[in-house]
Design a protein around this ligand. Structure first.
Ligand SMILES: Nc1ncnc2c1ncn2[C@@H]1O[C@H](COP(=O)(O)OP(=O)(O)OP(=O)(O)O)[C@@H](O)[C@H]1O
Ligand SMILES: [Mg+2]
Length: 309
């Protein structure tokens, strides 16, 4: 797998605050990489360092195989970026803003440029309002315009800091579909979010930032792989206990967790014993459970280290 974003021991300190605290990111070609973290955990600071907008206090960044910020001039034209609160000229239309952005890069005749701008306005759902001044745009429309700017150069890599910020549920779904479609066409997508559900719906790989530290990084499918147990839903949990003597490991309302990774086998035993079954499924941890456990484990490690001082 080709490495698309690699960081080694990346640190950013602001005075006494360690905003980013020694992270090793590993984003590969074809990933939709979900960079998850609470408010203030260091997402935007990391994204700025990836793009060479902020210099790291320590550590290294490689983007598309080249060292940043040294290779910025050759790498950045291949990267589309959207950073928190994208800046636009308010008195100009969305289209004029994109024209300015487009004109700052290479890219052919006036006609080619206009076609390219039409295409990205269409992609982000701004085709009808591209001529209105940006000052009259809603937050969600500005966010879409920022995304349009990121798409102008048909980038190999998209680096998006909270791209759905300010969008309504329908807008979020539209942007999600757009990013997944671009990914299917071969674009690697790195997106940050503080919303677990958003990452869980989109990402192939997940990195979790907790107070500047990367506490988790893995494939989503691996993180939420079946645990080897089966979840039974039944209005009569006590009768499951009786029927499957010793195999019940947890009961929570109508939800009973049973040892054994074959729901059909569990079902046969329950039906044989006359226990009403509403549902059966292999047990999987949710991303939320995995993230909370990782944050807790990381917190414990810090505590042990501090106590050792
Ligand atoms: N220019 C700066 N000067 C001083 N401190 C800063 C600066 N930029 C960020 N910080 C601090 O670094 C930490 C991480 O901030 P950052 O903006 O990277 O977090 P974030 O994960 O993007 O948060 P949010 O979800 O709110 O956007 C915070 O404690 C923040 O106050
Ligand atoms: Mg941020």
């Amino acid at each position: 797998m080709t490495a698309v974003i690699v960081t080694r021991g990346l640190v950013k300190r602001f005075g006494r605050v360690r905003a980013v605290d020694g992270i090793d990111l590993d984003v590969r070609a074809g990933d939709v990489y979900g960079f998850l973290g609470a408010n203030g955990s260091g997402k935007t600071t990391t994204v700025r360092m990836l793009l060479g907008l902020v210099l790291p206090t320590a550590g290294e960044v490689e983007l598309l195989g080249r060292r940043m910020p040294r290779a910025a001039r050759s790498v950045l034209p291949r990267v589309g970026a959207l950073i928190e609160g994208p800046a636009h000229h308010g008195h100009l239309s969305g289209r004029a803003n994109l024209s300015l952005l487009d004109a700052s890069g290479p890219g052919g005749s006036w006609r080619t440029r206009r076609r390219r701008i039409d295409a990205v306005l269409e992609q982000v759902g701004l085709a009808g309002v591209g001529r209105r001044p940006v000052a009259a745009y809603s937050l969600g429309m500005r966010q879409r315009l920022g995304l349009a700017g990121a798409l102008l150069r048909r980038p190999e890599l998209l680096v998006l800091d909270e791209p759905t910020n300010g969008l309504d549920p329908q807008g979020i779904a539209e942007i999600r579909e757009l990013l997944l479609e671009l990914n299917r066409q071969g674009t690697t997508v790195f997106l940050s979010s503080h919303l677990l559900a958003e990452i869980e719906q989109m990402a192939t790989r997940v990195g979790v930032l907790d107070r500047g530290r990367l506490v988790l990084q893995d494939r989503l499918a691996t993180l939420t792989a079946p645990t080897g147990a089966t979840v039974v839903r039944t209005p009569e949990p006590d009768r499951v206990r009786a029927a499957l003597d010793g195999r019940v490991t947890a009961v929570d309302g109508e939800r009973v967790v049973v040892k054994g990774d074959d729901p059909a086998e569990v079902n046969a035993l329950l039906v044989g014993a006359g226990v009403p079954v509403i549902g059966l499924a292999p047990e999987r941890p949710t991303l939320e459970e995995v993230v909370l456990a990782a944050a807790r484990a990381a917190g414990d490690r810090v505590e042990v280290r501090e106590r050792g001082r």
